[in-house]
Design a protein around this ligand. Sequence first.
Ligand code: FAD
Length: 417
Amino acid sequence: SADTAAVVVVGAGHAGAEAATAVRQAGHVGRIVLVGDEPRLPYHRPPLSKAYLAGTTTLEALLLKQQTVYDKAEVELRTGVKVERIERENKRMVLSDRTTLAYSRAILATGSRPRPLLAVGLDAGNIPSNLCYLRTTDDVERMRGRFVEGARLLIIGAGYIGLEVAAVARKAGLHVTVLEAQPRVLARVAAPSVSAFFESLHREAGVDIRVGANIESITLNAAGDVEAVITNDGTQIEADLVLAGIGVIPNVELASGAGLVVDNGIVVNQFTQSSDPDILAIGDCSNHPNPIYGRRIRLESVPNALEQARIAAAFICGKPQAYASVPWFWSDQYDVKLQMAGLSQGYDLAITRGSPASKSFTTFYLQNGIVISADCVNRAPEFMLVKKLVASRRPIDPALLADESVTLKSLAEAAAV
Ligand code: FAD
């Protein structure tokens, strides 16, 4: 019956915390259980490489919702407990505390984890205490003692996390070196001009950025800590603290163990249903169709986690809505707020509006005359319009995009017709 039908949400991060309360809001009357293996209430991850690392915000301020919000929504929150396996034939889950949970519908929101650094000289089973990753509040606490003025920080990977940490570290007075294997920073996601902007931003702040740099080996000291990293050109870089920010791996083991289809994430349809119709998957761990791009994608962003949570909740409550969002993301580095809409892969033209020299511009990525994505640098007021342009999928004259005497509002309105 409806009041015994339990929805179990696995993973208490951005997606899971939102899904659990959204299922109640969408009208579910039965039990809702949110199970998370981290020992605390669900919290915001983005500040871990920004304000929280900088020490300008508290753990309390990181919480996504207060305990009272879960109580009011009658969401049973079980933290510090891992779901070990799903027995689909019995529709129940087996937890690390040896209890079981019956479900009628399950939502997997297991997120992703940092890709481990593999290098000659490192023993995967014995991570040096000064080699860090950044995913959880515990990870930040592990860094704190060495994240101090004058320390030599070596960051491996010039993606968003690496660059955000570099910015916070420079402000805190650390010596910062960034190693990037690609020929430029943010190479996977940004146009060369945008990469060049961020490289010079960091160089001006005193960051030593080395692109095209691969790690040859790592040397440890007697205590087993990383002493130095040796790159492919033979350079030796000594470090007190090493942060690896080389991407994430989706947490799919629970799903694949239960026999669900997995392929760079848990494969779901437009309603977030996996290959088992009673098990949904959302957030970083889901591989989902995006109708705007006509292909499957897996996203690592807060807006996507929240959006998919609402899609899953609506589906469970019998009000299905198909997912059709423009992916978006943001990053804060120094006094620069970067906001990105859409996905730039496959672009054939990049057009910039505004001026990188004044730290205020938008770079549009076009494919066959259609804006498929854009990066806004310190242009927050334009961002909503940029998202609309990307969603519209209509051809736009690139010259108009670059012309600041033509308002983006008029272009977005024309495109929306
Ligand atoms: P997660 O937040 O990873 O939550 C998954 C949770 O499930 C975790 O707590 C995990 O421990 C738990 N779990 C996994 N397996 C089990 C299990 N079997 N049983 C119980 N629990 C389990 N995104 C942005 O949009 N903007 C940003 O500026 C930004 N900055 C970021 C900075 C950092 C340092 C990091 C790490 C991420 C950042 N992101 C940012 C990405 C964003 O945080 C993720 O996309 C988002 O957290 C995804 O939410 P999720 O719920 O899918 O996964």
